[in-house]
Design a protein. Structure first.
Ligand code: G3H
Ligand code: ZN
Length: 305
């Protein structure tokens, strides 16, 4: 089916207390593994492309691959910009046919984050495309990161209502204890903080940096408004582990397909596991999550100038 937007999908997830998996992809095998998993699990899925992926594959090429995978799938697929850190990147993705955007203003001062998010929301909404924003900062894993750093960067619940009202964003990425790109599962989320944010705003909340979060903590968070969970590092690890094992098992073969088929399968299995964990498996019904697009037509043409 054609790409769908994330708007109704995430609202349905928040209301139904499940989370849609948002999986990062950089190449054809990852995209196919992710979409194959969604089809087998009867789950909606968000395929997200980061700015790094755009630099690697090219914007139009990345968008075309996801659109092709979606067209061949019978479950709803969203093409989402992950961590778009500037205005121009968001506009370029809108033009390229992305059906969900993210402005990540987490490194900007509060007022600047609000101002740029609001500008992007205004433009994206003209095209019926929803926008994810970030309040607080989900940090990157580094050797010297401390628990205090993570705490200091967390979303302040008393800013959430003001931020959402003034930006008009459709979903909100929150910093509640996860850290990007952790290679082992060790982080517990600050559920009390999440509860306060969830009480303050009624839009779907987004968990970033899920690869380092304990699975029981992820599941608990879904009960308090987390409706989209981003997964990247875990997929990369699975992809590369499978590739290394396949090469080690046959050091002579030269056909890349012989090896990459194992990586694609590994990605699919990880995604299937996550979809079940998030409660998304089996949630695609015959009517799906997408509602018919509103066409802005009017019978009253008025003066044609
Ligand atoms: O935006 C992408 C994610 O937040 C992924 O985080 O690499 O820790 O899974 P992760
Ligand atoms: Zn992230």
């Amino acid at each position: 089916m054609p790409l769908t937007t994330s708007k109704e999908m995430l609202q349905a997830a928040r209301a139904g207390r499940f989370a849609v998996g948002a999986f990062n992809a950089n190449n054809m095998e990852q995209i196919q593994g992710i979409v194959d998993a969604a089809v087998e699990e009867r789950a909606p899925v968000i395929l997200q492309v980061s700015q790094g992926a755009i630099r690697y594959a090219g914007l139009d090429f990345a968008a075309a691959m996801v659109k092709t995978a979606a067209a061949m799938a019978d479950v709803p697929v969203v093409l989402h910009l992950d961590h778009g850190t500037d205005f121009d990147q968001n506009v370029l993705c809108l033009r390229a046919g992305f059906t969900s955007l993210m402005f990540d203003g987490s490194k900007k001062p509060y007022e600047e984050n609000i101002a740029t998010t609001a500008r992007i929301v205004e433009i994206a909404h003209i095209c019926d495309i929803p926008v994810e924003a970030e309040l607080g900062k989900v940090l990157q894993s580094t050797p010297d990161i401390t628990p205090q750093d993570v705490l200091d960067a967390m979303t302040k619940p008393d800013q959430a209502a003001d931020f959402v009202a003034r930006t008009g964003c459709d979903s909100l990425a929150v910093a509640i204890g996860s850290v990007h790109a952790m290679s082992s599962k060790a982080a517990s989320l600050d559920i009390d903080r999440l509860k306060s944010i969830s009480e303050a705003v009624d839009i779907p909340l987004v968990l970033h940096g899920s690869s380092g979060v304990l699975e029981e903590s992820e599941v608990e968070a879904i009960g308090y408004g987390i409706a989209k969970i981003n997964v990247a590092t875990l997929l990369n690890i699975g992809f590369m582990d499978a590739l290394r094992a396949a090469v080690a098992a046959d050091t002579k073969a030269s056909d890349p397909r012989k090896f990459l088929t194992h990586s694609r399968e590994a990605v699919k299995e990880i995604v299937r596991h996550k979809m079940r964990l998030f409660g998304a498996s089996g949630t695609v019904t015959s009517s799906g999550f997408s509602s018919p697009k509103t066409q802005h037509r009017s019978a009253d043409l008025g003066n044609i100038e």
